[in-house]
Structure formats: C-alpha cells, structure tokens
Write a protein that binds this ligand. Sequence first.
Ligand SMILES: Cc1ncc(COP(=O)(O)O)c(C=O)c1O
Length: 372
Amino acid sequence: MKVDPFLVEHFMNKYEHHVELNLAETCVNPFTLEEFLTLMDREDFFDEFKKKQLTYGYIEGSPELRKGIANQYKTMKEGNILVCGGAIGANFLTFYSLVEPGDTVISILPSYQQLYSTARSFGANVKLLKLKWEDQWLPDLKELVKLVDDKTKLIVMNNPHNPTGSLIDESLLKRICQVAEDAGAYLLSDETYYGLFYDEKDRVPSAVDIYNKAIATGSFSKGLSLTGLRLGWIAASKQIIKECMDHRDYTTISNGMIDDALAAIAMKNLDRIYERNLKLLKTNLEILSAWVENEPLVDWIPPKAASVAFLKQHTNLSSEELCVKLINEKNTFLVPGECFEMEGYIRMGFGNKTEVLKEGLERFKEFLDQFR
Ligand SMILES: Cc1ncc(COP(=O)(O)O)c(C=O)c1O
C-alpha cells in the first residue's frame, strides 16, 4: 500500500535529537518519572508494581484507566473508551475501522498530516477544507457544506488545532456536528491538545458529548506530559467502539501494563497536572507574545489554546531554508510550514522549559537580524 511521506515526522526525526534548543516540540515539558511520581504522591509505585507478573494486561485498557478517561466526558462511560498506542494509534484505528475505498473523507488543512493522508492511503477520496488566516484559522462552514457529497463517510477536524492553536468554540462545534449529521457522516475530532485552555472560559465540550456519530481521540502526550508512555484513546459510542475493537484485534493485543498503570494514576490527578502545565504555558505564551509584538519579520494569529503557534515569516527565504539555516547557525529548531503544505509559515511549540524558550527566541531574533 502506498502512503504519502509524513513530512513533519521526517523533518522532526532528522533534527530533533541533535539540536540544542528545540522550539519545535509540541508536548508540554514531559515529566521525568521521578517528578511525575512525586507530584502524584506515588513514590512507592515501583515497590508495589515489581511484584506483578508482566503479562498481556487488559485488551481495551484497564477498567481503572478507562473509567478515569471516561470521567473527562459528560456522556462517556468505561465501555465507550478504547486505549490505544498514542493518539496516532487512535486516529489510525479510526480510519482503519471506518474508511473504505471510494468513500469521501473531508479533512482540514493545515493539520497533522495523519488526518488526511491515512484516509487517502485507504483509497478514500479526500477533500481538503482549507483553513485561512483571515478566518482566524477556523473552518468556514459554507465551504464545509460545499465539500459534502452523497459519499461522505467521515469529516475530520482537530480541536484545539495543531499547528495554529486555534480553537473551535461550542457554537461552531455544534454547527459542524450538524453538518456531519445532515450528511449522515461520522465526525473524527482529534482532541490531542484537549485541556490546554489558557482561559477556563474558553473550555469547549468534546465533540462526543454533542454528536452520537462523533469519535474523539485523546492523548497522554501533549497536555498530560506523559509522552513516553505512548498512550492515547478513542472515545465514542459503543457501536463505534465495537467496530474499532474488531479491527484492533489485528494490530494490538494490549498496551504495556506499566504504561497503563501510570496512566491510570495520572487520570486520578488531572488537576495537579493541568495546574503545572497551564502555569508553564501561560508564562511562556506571555514571553512569546511580547517577542512577536517586537519582531517585524514575524506575524501571527495568537493561539487560543494548545502549545503551538503558527508564525508567518517575512524573510526572503522559504520556510524550510529558514529552519535549516537556523539549525545550522543557531542550533535552534522550528518546523517549516512546508511540512503542513503551508509555505511562508513556521510552527513553534512553546510548552518546553521557559529557559529554553527564552534562549531560543533570543537566538532566533539574532538570526533574523541578517534580514533587516
Ligand atoms: C493533532 C495531533 N494528533 C495526534 C498526534 C499524535 O500524538 P500521540 O503522541 O498521542 O501519538 C499529534 C502529535 O503531534 C498531533 O499533533
């Protein structure tokens, strides 16, 4: 089966482990195990766990973990949750379970490439809904309606949005759900960055709490800072979960038992994790906002949620040339817009340690001096 090269993963993979200042990272400063267990008051975790037999563990995820995940939603129970290998595994399983050759799949662009390339590789006719700067990177409902046809099986969105940090509010979300319902289509809402609302007033419900044919995918990587567990999940109606389970039997037996147990602890203490992470994000966003305001070669629509920002750059280089030159000259790492089919832009992650962000921004500014 042919697949499109996953541009952002290729670019990240080439540089991320060698570069000094990583401003491309989208996770909120991942925990060390020590920091995590201390914050959870579970320093005794391994004393207890080492007596357990390392066998397969629960196929769908342990009941404790699934209950913990379900508690984040209004209408979801343990039986509505399927634990997967990251949100990437959850998204893949959704496409694998629902998309057949000849189906129409509508997906936003720019976005995490998996959200359109996977459906294409399964033989779907993928139609792209282009998000625009002038719409604050939000989907244009009229454009969405125009893309719907009688073969539309799935509409795909991502809220909060990577790479722009835009946020679809409740009213627009309800209207998108209505378009999906009118089309008789499923709605995949990738909610990998859920919970990272800088202002509690901006919190939006999950799409699964609005529409019964919605599938929400979630992650332990970004807002929960447990990237190395490689866990994520699908939340959906029991009917959809059954479809996904039938397909998952061919790709996964169970997730790792240690990962599952640590993730279950995290789910019981979400307030502590979000307190740590939102404090860091808000501090960093303030620094980044002041930097952008004072930098004429860079513009943006300020992000509303998540740990990413999409910067428009005004040098005479392509974004890829700029990012490679920045690595070579300043050992500082950003992702070029070309990885999102958006030349002229750069994606920055600002969830890393504040010292790293400050130093990276300083070096980026020095780098930009040569273009003034
Ligand atoms: C929108 C989106 N979905 C899914 C993923 C995959 O996340 P995970 O680490 O949970 O597999 C990412 C990672 O960057 C992402 O940005």
